[in-house]
Design a protein around this ligand. Structure first.
Ligand code: HEM
Length: 145
């Protein structure tokens, strides 16, 4: 799973996906203390108007957003993981060793990413009444009754 989520080395996420981490995080802190503070301030600025402009988004990998590399894992080590599910991989002792390995060794990340994608493709694909391979990740292809 840690290798697969490395796909977040590209693309972007809408502000609503991480708004809870930058606005009113807790009673004692506006922002999630797991974030690098400068990064959190940048995200707050970027997303300040997100309820009125829901298209507002941030790159998943702040340093090399258009490049498929292992920067995503280096970011996680520095509090630059955008989503809480990204951050959780470096906080949880079960997944952190993999984050550290992929951050240190891009070749290993590429190898494990390829293997994991292949493994995923070998699962039974659910069709018809069992499931949907979605054209849009956030919508059923057809209205389900
Ligand atoms: C723990 C598992 C995962 C979670 C919770 C997760 C969550 C998300 C969320 C919330 C977004 C932002 C969507 C948006 O704002 O429109 C996103 C974007 C993205 N995710 Fe994941 N993801 C996961 C695993 C994966 C995996 C396994 C892949 C591919 C192998 C992947 C590839 C991507 C890509 C490429 C984007 C950017 C999409 C774009 O730029 O349009 N994610 N993910």
């Amino acid at each position: 799973m840690v290798a697969l989520v490395g796909a977040h080395t590209i693309g972007f996420s809408h502000c609503k996906e991480f708004a809870n981490r930058i606005f009113h995080f807790s009673k004692t802190s506006e922002v999630d203390p797991a974030y690098n503070p400068t990064y959190a301030q940048g995200l707050r600025k970027l997303c300040h108007n997100y309820t009125k402009d829901p298209a507002m988004s941030a790159f998943n990998d702040v340093y090399t957003p258009g490049k498929f590399d292992n920067m995503y894992y280096k970011n996680l080590q520095r509090g630059l993981g955008l989503l809480s599910s990204d951050q959780a991989m470096v906080t949880d002792p079960r997944t952190k060793p993999f984050v550290d390995r992929y951050a240190a060794n891009q070749t290993e990340f590429f190898d494990m990413f390829g293997r994991s994608m292949l493994k995923l493709s070998l699962f039974m694909v659910k069709e018809n009444n069992d499931g949907d391979v979605r054209r849009r990740c956030d919508q059923f292809n057809t209205i389900q009754i």
